[in-house]
Design a protein around this ligand. Sequence first.
Ligand SMILES: *[C@@H]1O[C@H](CO)[C@@H](O)[C@H](O)[C@H]1NC(C)=O
Ligand SMILES: *[C@@H]1O[C@H](CO)[C@@H](O)[C@H](O)[C@H]1NC(C)=O
Ligand SMILES: *[C@@H]1O[C@H](CO)[C@@H](O)[C@H](O)[C@H]1NC(C)=O
Ligand SMILES: *[C@@H]1O[C@H](CO)[C@@H](O)[C@H](O)[C@H]1NC(C)=O
Ligand SMILES: *[C@@H]1O[C@H](CO)[C@@H](O)[C@H](O)[C@H]1NC(C)=O
Length: 488
Amino acid sequence: MESLKFLAVRGLFLVLLLSSAAVSSVIGIGVNWGTQSTHPLPPATVVKLLKDNGIQKVKLFDADPVVLNALAKSGIEVMVGIPNDMLYSLANSIQDAENWVAKNLSSYISSTSVDIRYVAVGNEPFLKTFNGSFLGTTFPALQNIQAAIVKAGLSTRVKVTVPMNADVYQSLTTVPSGGDFRSDIHDLMLSIVKFLSDSESPFTVNIYPFISLYADPNFPIDYAFFDGFSQALDDNGRVYDNVFTANYDTLVSSLQKNGFPNMSIIVGEIGWPTDGDRNANLQFAKRFSQGFLSRFVSGQGTPMRPGPIDAYLFSLIDEDAKSIQPGNFERHWGLFYYDGRPKYMLQMANGTRSLVPASNVKYQAKQWCVLSPSASLDDPQIAPSVSYACENSDCTSLGFQTSCGALDARQNISYAFNSYYQIKNQVASSCKFPHLSVISTQDPSVGSCRFIVMTQPSEVAVNEKSKALRYSAGSLLLFLCFFILAVL
Ligand SMILES: *[C@@H]1O[C@H](CO)[C@@H](O)[C@H](O)[C@H]1NC(C)=O
Ligand SMILES: *[C@@H]1O[C@H](CO)[C@@H](O)[C@H](O)[C@H]1NC(C)=O
Ligand SMILES: *[C@@H]1O[C@H](CO)[C@@H](O)[C@H](O)[C@H]1NC(C)=O
Ligand SMILES: *[C@@H]1O[C@H](CO)[C@@H](O)[C@H](O)[C@H]1NC(C)=O
Ligand SMILES: *[C@@H]1O[C@H](CO)[C@@H](O)[C@H](O)[C@H]1NC(C)=O
């Protein structure tokens, strides 16, 4: 407790110092911090992970108080998010928008000094798979949030944006210079772009070369990466040897064609998954991420926009509770595994930095649930047991050409049982598949296939929450004491 108080006092001085400092943006790569996990690491652990890796910008998908409190006084720039399902109420009520800004922006910026720079209004709201559900609400919600930000006096500090999927524009020819916004949403996009431009806010786009490859088996694989492609595209002397650059410049030309040649662009999500598909593996992910970092973040930019690119890698840590509707790879986008271990070596900054693991991660016991050696593969209970285990856990690493794709039938079953057992926090009842399962203290991992031991459940996160509450109450008391002392 004493050290906490000391930190709080020191924090106060920092706040006083920082609030007089000029607001300037950090260059360098950001990351997306999503929390759709059965066992999220404690937010304080994640913030330390960010700092240890020199990551100075983070993009969130909502405004979770536990996460925001952990980011207080970290010096990390934050983009908070408004989920699509809130757009309707924010579009229809100025009051709701003002409440959102008061609760989720003003309070953090003033009382705990979270360095919030952007509000992402919606997430890929015009994605074709949403069937137009958010076409009517995104722009009014954006306008209401911006009005509320202005009213709160935060408009020079916090900018609004709408992360769009790259499917909102396309090339009408086959080269980037033919870019324009999708015809069915052309006018709406222009209204939004004009509004963003008027409020000096950036255009945010998510670009996924992996999906190009996933969706089209004939997509030339080298064109997805950044180390050369023999059939580079020549667009009136501008040469494109990777799909990211071509895509980015298609956006630049779409903006230019419609009168916004100088609009700033943020790449809201970019990355490569490491499992769950034949093209999702460590080699490709490293090749993509390192190529992107080296070439764009500190470097040359694109033919139409030279200079560093502002981007947020997708994502920080694997999320085992994400929907796999897009594909089994969806739970494997992290630079780090579920437990904060780096997946591969990556130079994050311009120097020699390699990824540093999360510290003090607490695991459950070193034990696994596996298929009993005496069980017969002909047992009719096996199929329903495996189905049940996989439906209620995560079997996305099983399958053709994935990290566990080479397991034999018995190992496959063990993998499913263990996945369920770990997600259920190793409670004894979760390893009671009828006469089929036993608990083992022998690690069944084989080759690239890791049978996990889960981290401790999120009671840690709950503790964080109450600590954060106590912490701000403590700060207030200390502030009053400090104030009184100063007056005396
Ligand atoms: C603040 O954000 C959280 C998380 O996104 C959300 O649940 C809550 O409704 C927001 N508060 C208001 C007043 O809109
Ligand atoms: C969009 O429409 C398709 C086909 O009508 C439907 O299957 C799907 O569930 C819809 N998606 C959403 C998000 O409403
Ligand atoms: C874009 O920026 C250039 C260079 O600063 C400037 O000359 C030009 O007028 C700007 N164009 C628009 C449309 O703002
Ligand atoms: C990164 O290093 C390169 C080559 O040494 C240099 O040209 C570039 O300016 C550096 N970028 C940053 C952001 O430090
Ligand atoms: C292992 O499980 C996966 C996914 O359920 C399946 O596709 C594969 O055929 C199985 N392999 C064996 C050897 O049973």
